[in-house]
Design a protein around this ligand. Structure first.
Ligand code: ADP
Length: 372
């Protein structure tokens, strides 16, 4: 017993009914209890749900059937400390019999929480580094683009404003309308460059609660490539048009526009091109937006590098769209991904945390109810 007490691993022995018979110092420290608080109590107190409710059943099942589901295997399971903290531990259970004490189950365990914390920190650091790397490369490109585009964009805006002021121009409503649209897109191009610069310099995104339905509608308008007509190939299937997300509108719209343009390009040779934007609920409080197409599909060789910068299969592609989209979505706390469509084509999707849901009454007042 002295050896067990001095062991660095936690050791707990229970009887056939699941009551604790022995516990060593390392196990007491791991769970934050004194030995006297544990001896004679049911082991279930050291487990979170659902294991705690089912543990007696596991033992009974083993005693009845002799089927070893747990015994002898090294597994990672969760434990519950006295302060309520749930932590991961590595557990091996053996079976033994000790004279009058009869059959005992002995669990040897190692607290994995410090290891997992360090691993999470290392992963985060690695992510940060790869993000920084990606942004460095993209930063240079965007800097150049922003610089080179600023001047022609200003010129376009000035010409458009001058066209509107021409004598008699206001009488041609249709032209006036088109000029207004062109001005709107010019302004948007400048906004995108400013936001991208800010994003790459790691300014915090300019976030605000936005109705996801409206965001998608705007992106559909923006993706229509200037002819003013909604693309008939595109179908919108929404689970709910009242979901509110806390986003930098210009950047998330840009993610959608990129996915839509890629889909449009991939379907350009399809006999009946079809693009579907779909929203669905994802794990608690996340919404998933997917853009699927029945186009050529992603080249299997390109698939592993899809979200890396400068990975393009197009003659004139920069290969920045998806990589930027990934950075933008991740900065909003979401994830982005791809899978092949059935029977052919591609599905690109991203998730965003749901901020709130707009109630009908609130819509009129423009308020939202926060989801917590
Ligand atoms: P670019 O469009 O400039 O190539 P992206 O990062 O947007 O850059 O896309 C990278 C590559 O991913 C594309 O070159 C293409 O090979 C592939 N891709 C993206 N979307 C689709 C899609 N919907 N269908 C097929 N391939 C796609």
């Amino acid at each position: 017993m002295a050896i067990v007490d001095a062991a660095l691993e936690g050791v707990i022995a229970i009887d056939k009914q699941g009551f604790i018979q022995h516990v060593n110092a390392a196990a007491c420290e791991m769970f934050g209890y004194e030995a006297s608080e544990l001896i004679g109590r049911n082991l279930a107190m050291l487990m979170p749900e659902p294991d705690s409710a089912q543990h007696d059943g596991y033992i009974a099942n083993y005693l009845r059937t002799g089927e070893k589901k747990i015994i002898g295997r090294r597994r990672t399971v969760n434990g519950r400390r006295k302060n309520g903290e749930i932590f991961a531990k590595e557990l091996t259970v053996t079976e033994t019999s000790l004279g009058d004490e009869g059959q005992l189950f002995v669990g040897m365990m190692r607290d994995l929480s410090a290891f997992q914390r360090e691993k999470a920190q290392a992963d985060e650091l690695r992510n940060e580094l790869s993000h920084a790397n990606r942004l460095n490369e993209m930063g240079e490109v965007v800097e150049t683009l922003a610089h080179d585009f600023a001047q022609p964009l200003t010129a376009i805006a000035n010409f458009l404003a001058a066209a509107r002021r021409l004598p008699g121009a206001a009488e041609f409503h249709a032209i006036d309308d088109l000029i207004a649209k062109a001005e709107q897109h010019t302004q948007r191009a400048s906004d995108i460059l400013v936001r991208l610069r800010g994003f790459i310099e790691k300014h915090s995104p300019e976030r605000a609660p936005e109705n996801l339905h409206c965001v998608i509608e705007c992106a559909l308008d923006l993706a229509c490539l200037g002819d003013g007509h909604r693309d008939e190939r595109i179908e919108l299937r929404e689970i709910d048009d009242k979901i509110v997300v806390d986003i930098d509108l210009v950047l998330i719209e840009q993610v959608l526009v990129n996915l839509l343009r890629n889909a449009a390009e991939a379907t350009k040779d399809a006999s009946t091109p079809k693009i579907v934007i779909e929203t669905s609920l994802e794990k608690p409080r996340y919404v998933r937006v997917s853009v699927s197409d029945n186009g050529s599909g992603v080249d299997p060789e390109a698939a592993p590098k899809l979200f890396k910068p400068f990975a393009s299969t197009k003659k004139r592609g920069m290969g920045l769209g998806l990589s930027l989209a990934k950075s933008i979505v991740e900065r909003h706390g979401g994830e982005i991904g791809y899978h092949p469509a059935d029977p052919h084509g591609a599905v690109f999707f991203f998730t965003l945390p749901i901020f709130a849901r707009e109630d009908d009454d609130d819509r009129r007042t423009g308020e939202t109810s926060r989801v917590d």
